[in-house]
Design a protein around this ligand. Sequence first.
Ligand SMILES: [Zn+2]
Length: 679
Amino acid sequence: MARESAHSNRLLSCGKSVGSRDTLSDSICVWKVRVKPRAQKEAVLNLFSRLSLFVTASAWLLVAGSALSGAPAAMPVLIPLPAQYTMLDGSFVLGSSTAIHVAEPAAETARILADAIARSTGIKAPVRLEARPTPRDGAIVLCLDPSRAKLGDEGYALDVTPKGVVIIAAKSAGLFYGMQTFRQLLPLEPSKGRTEYLVACVNIDDSPRFGWRGYMLDSSRHFVTKATVLKLLDALAIMKINVFHWHLVDDNAWRLAISKYPDLVKPAAIKGDAYTQAMGYYSASDVSEVVARAKRLHIRIVPEIEMPSHATQAASVLPEACCLGADGKPLPPGATREICLGSDKAIETLQDILIETMALFPDSPYIHLGGDEAEDRHWKACSRCQARMAALGLADPRLLQKWFMDKMSRFVREHGRTSMAWADRLSLGIPEGQVVHGWHAGELEEAVAKGFRAVQSQHDYTYFDYGQGPGDSAFGNASLTTEKVYALDPVRGLAPEQAKLVLGTQAQLWTELVTDDRVFEKTFPRILALAEVGWTPQDKRDGKEFARRLEAFLPRLAALGIPYFKPGVPLGTWKPEQMSETWKDLEWTITEQVNKPGPLTVVLLYQRGLHALEIESVALFEDGREIRRDNHKGRTGAAHVENTYRLNVPAPKAGATYTLRARIRSDGGTDSYGVVLLY
Ligand SMILES: [Zn+2]
């Protein structure tokens, strides 16, 4: 959405109850043998060293020995942190005879677990389907027990004992989240030659703080491929994210194929902006694949069909969707981003599109209608819109917009779904039953005060297009660190009655500056912080402790093949007055950074301005004498090409001054700003 700085853009009720352990002994799925808690329970340590529990005979002795000697218990690195957990003595031995026992409704969860075990250990644990699985020695048992309703829709209990592993939940989503926690107890990757692995004994009772733990992807500004979307869903599910809000249409491009209106996804509908439209769209079969994956991962999709603004493409190609100009003729394609609200035909067309959207997303209880940032100048000038206002007795075009949003929201409700929209002029009134998506400070508070349900997406905590540190792109130079994301409390300052109306929280990835290949780096690791905001009880959260746990968790992301952002050390910058369209040298002193022999990786990164930087070489100088050079052509602008330079530094000489020199020119003008980063 448009934004000078913070703009635009933008689940399920809170199952807060935590299951009581007292009832466990009655459950069909619980071991009779209890294991005593370790003395130190909640210390959070870097557990990988300890918990990566591989096992040869000697390793086994090592681990057992530390337990016997009373060494501190190692807490696994779990994100999001469970509501309640207790480390126990002993370990479960995962080996070639370990099987996963499950009843059919949760078979998919068992298969995902089998894949995770294979990835972490190389062990191929078979999935055994049973009508009523019960605990047994040496096995992993996933047990659905509707009598455990106290666990809520998404809660679970996980017991790892020397005898076996039991995950129990009242609903299949709970088993899925128990499985996701268990896989964080496994080693990062297999160790060569090992056939058995130890899993530390633990007892966890867990359920989420909020039922809406969302992530929004803007697929309009830059097209995000289906392959990336599927991989992203897999990764989000590991963090227990359960809502995927899919921003499918905007001014730049309409990405959802609608069979009745095929022109929507055709390129060149808007002159001059055809390149982004041409990047792609999602066919019905693409959508069906994404819907199936999301279902398997217990993620709900919220499709967004933005209206009445952010609709340049729709206004350009749909019948009568474009307002009339002073001459009584439709405005030319691309001239307006608003839908004509005076046209019955346009409204019927949008309703057709919503019907098809609901059919494409049959499991989606919420349909997002956008609803924000409309301008009213075309409505004021359009004879059709004026006639509608006169017929309705409205003096203000903003009330026409409200009439339209009420109508579309009612339409969605009549089709058995709930509408959602970005907060916009809430003072004019909110359509009945609509979920309000707050993205400015105060909007969520206003919505819940009026008795509406709301999702907290305040931009300065949740807009992942903002920069996360040196080396990251930043929309409008805005900054959002992982630490800041973690500081969000979605219900801060609300009275308990109002807090109940807050469904949860959600991250937004707007893609004006984000291409398909950078979606993961913009999302991770910040989404880990948001996942914990949404899952973990507020009184169990601590920013400093989370930062340490996150650091220890990063190798797991790497092992899972999930790219994440790594900040560089800024060495220097460039700006327009240093630029030239002919080749020249720029130099930065980096004596402080050249403190040991070894590889030095330098990235020249464009940040803003009209013109890209071309690079011919980067060299290292010692007291003015060149000692290393990486000679290759690179470029950094909206896209980066070969802009990483590697220099193998010799042993530094005491007292010497080291400088970095880049041979560069700017392309087509001198308006270029950037930063030089060391990795
Ligand atoms: Zn109009």
